[in-house]
Write a new protein. Sequence first.
Length: 386
Amino acid sequence: MSLFSPLTLRDVTLPNRVGISPMCMYASRDGLVADFHVAHLGRFALGGAGLVIAEATAVHPHGRISPFDTGLWSDEQIPGWRRVTALVAASGSVPGVQLGHAGRRAAVREPWRAGAPLDDEDASAGFGPWPLVAPSALSAGPGHAVPAALTTAQIARSVQDWHDAAARAVAAGFRFVELHGAHGYLLHSFLSPVSNRRTDHYGGSPENRLRYPLEVVAAVRDAIGGGVPLSFRISSVDGAEGGLGIDETVEVARRLATAGVDVIDTSSGGITTDRTVDTRIRRGFAFHADFSRRIRDEVGVRTATVGLVVDPEQAARLIHDGDSDLVLLGRQALDDPNWPHHARIALGDDTHESWDVRFGSALGPRARTLARLAAAGETPLSRFER
C-alpha cells in the first residue's frame, strides 16, 4: 500500500490516497456556488489529488457557520455544485462534499474578522444573526448567544434536513459524502458531555448522546444509497475537562462503522470557543495520526488523518506504516495546489504522466532540460556571473 495506490470505497475508487480537506472559503451568498468555488476546487483536481472534498456545506440556512457558507438546503443550489463536480471528475479526481450544521457555533464572522458572533452591524448589512440550536441551552463561549435546546420534534426535522441535503449532493454529482461531526458543531455537540446535558433519550449516557448522530447517519445512508462512500469527521478528543477522550471515541467510531460509515476522518477539539482548551492538544506534524492509527487498528474501519501533513515522505510513511488510509491536505494544498504531483516527483516518479497531458507534455521536457543544465553546472544566475 502506497500513497499513490488506489483506494476502493464501496462503488467508488480513489486514484490515490491524497485528499483535499474541506476548507471554508466564505465566498458564497445564499448558499450558492460562485465562480470562485469552481476555480478553487478545480485546481486541486488538476493538481493530482485523488479526492477533493468541498467545504462544510450547510444542510439548513441556520446551520451555516457564517453568512457566506455554501449550502445544499435548496434545489436551487444543485446546478452550481454540478459545475464543480463535473470539473473535478473530468480532471481525474473524485468529487466529495462535507455536509454540516454548525449548531451553537453558527452565525459568526469570517476568521479574518476574528470569527466573532454576528451583531447588529452585520444585521444592518443583511447578514444575520439567526437563531442558534443545540442539544442543550448552553453557550459555546463568552459573547456567543445561548442556543435553544432542540425538541424531539425539531430533532426529527433536523434528521430530515440531513437526508434531503445528502440526496441533493448525489443529484449534484458528488461521489463521496462526509458528515461534519467535529469542532463543536451540531453532531459533535450531541456526542460530547460538555455540551449535551439533556435528560431525555438524546442525552446522558454515551448510548443516548450517540442517538442523534446515528439517526443522521442512517438517514444520509438512505439518501445516498449503498454505492457512495460515507465519511464522518470526528473530534478524537475534546481537550476539555469532562469531554470526550480517545477511548470513548474509539467506541463511537465502532458504532458509526456498524451503521454504515466507511471512513473516520480524525480531527480534534473545538467543543468550546475557549482557545486555551484547544492548546492542550499538542499540534505537531501529523498530530492526529495517533488517533487515526488507533481507530483503524481497533475498529477495522478506514481512517483519514489531517493536520500538518506537509512532506511527501511523511505522507507516504503514514500510508505505508498503517497510520491512515487517506491523508488530507488543507493549508498545504492552498500553498501548493500541485502538491500531489510534486510529491510523486519527490518520491521518484519524474515522468509527469500523472499531470493533465496539456501540462505534463510541456513539463516533462522542461524537467529534462533543467536536469541537463544542473549537470553542466549551470544555475539561473550563471549568466550574471560571467
